[in-house]
Design a protein around this ligand. Structure first.
Ligand SMILES: C[S@@+](CC[C@H](N)C(=O)[O-])C[C@H]1O[C@@H](n2cnc3c(N)ncnc32)[C@H](O)[C@@H]1O
Length: 293
């Protein structure tokens, strides 16, 4: 097994999380009656989607697995309200990564999961949103399966659908948007590497994950490929959480909106006519309904 020194800097036990600590395993399964803990005899890891932030958006299966877990390995976007569903005796291991971190951190996480599973522990790998949407869940599953570990993947509500519901933005709408595309604003080398001509077509909603830092570039590329500069656009920050903010404006204002409102994320950018339906608009933003297109 390869040793990755860098991982030790980032992986730590989160003793301060609600329900954390090493005391008696006190939380009963009463919240979700009748669920059974998975057998610990074989090496098993559940890769579980935690949803966009609001703990109420966890799936029933996610809660069952959290309550039965011996160890929860969790990401940066998984909040304390979600971790509280794990039993008090469950070990919590933080492996959050930030933009620009050493890519070898992922190797360390993969190896950690294999090691824990081989110890016979009931391992929950908890990831924000859906593990298979910009979540590297596919890579982790492949690594585990190559190592002979059985994997269960539990889907979660991805940020696009969570933020859409919360901000009042339908991602598709009859007669308005017949398709939706989820893209990342963060390419392999940091720059978004996308088929701009395809994304600029009309009748379509574009949802950009991890696009804050490149909001101006993304808007410029889309406008350069024919999308109207006045196309309604929204930024949803901390979607589904009490701190949620929804900013709406024109496509050519996206960069200014990020700077003016000091949006630091996590945030999604939604571009398309569906944004006219957003139900929350900051007072100093022009209402999306008034945008000329
Ligand atoms: C590494 S991706 C993980 C996506 C996740 N697997 C999902 O399905 O939502 C992280 C990005 O998701 C978006 N995101 C996640 N949670 C969010 C939230 N509560 N509000 C807005 N955007 C969110 C942001 O663009 C953030 O930079």
């Amino acid at each position: 097994m390869t040793h990755v020194p860098a991982i030790h800097d980032r992986i730590g036990r989160d003793a301060g999380a609600p329900g954390g600590g090493r005391g008696a395993r006190g939380r009963s399964l009463a919240l979700v009656g009748g669920c059974e803990a998975p057998a610990a005899a074989s090496a098993v890891v559940a890769i579980v989607g935690a949803g966009p932030g609001d703990p109420n958006l966890l799936t029933l299966r996610a809660v069952q697995l959290l309550q039965a877990a011996d160890v929860v390995v969790y990401d940066r976007l998984v909040g304390p309200g979600i971790l509280a569903y794990a039993g008090p005796a469950a070990e919590r291991i933080y492996v959050g990564k930030a933009r620009g971190d050493d890519p070898r951190l992922q190797d360390g996480i993969n190896e950690l999961l294999v090691r824990l599973a081989r110890q016979g522990k009931r391992v929950v790998r908890l990831k924000g949103g859906d593990p298979l949407v910009f979540g590297r869940g596919g890579e982790e599953r492949a690594h585990l399966e190559r190592a002979g570990v059985t994997v269960e993947v539990v889907p979660g509500i991805t940020a696009a659908t969570g933020c859409g519901a919360s901000a009042g933005i339908p991602l598709t709408l009859r007669g308005v948007a017949q398709a939706v595309t989820l893209v990342t604003g963060h390419g392999e080398d940091g720059e978004p590497d996308l088929d701009w001509a395809a994304l600029a077509r009309l009748g379509h909603t574009l949802v950009v994950y991890m696009g804050l830092a490149k909001a101006e570039v993304i808007a410029g590329k889309l406008i350069g490929h024919g999308l109207h500069p006045g196309t309604p656009s929204a930024i949803v920050e901390n979607g589904t959480l009490p701190s949620e903010r929804v900013l709406t404006g024109r496509l050519d204002e996206l960069g200014r909106m990020v700077r003016a409102h000091r949006v630091t994320g996590p945030a999604l950018i939604v571009i398309g006519e569906v944004v006219r339906q957003a139900h929350e608009v900051l007072a100093d933003e022009r209402p999306a309904m008034a945008l000329a297109v």
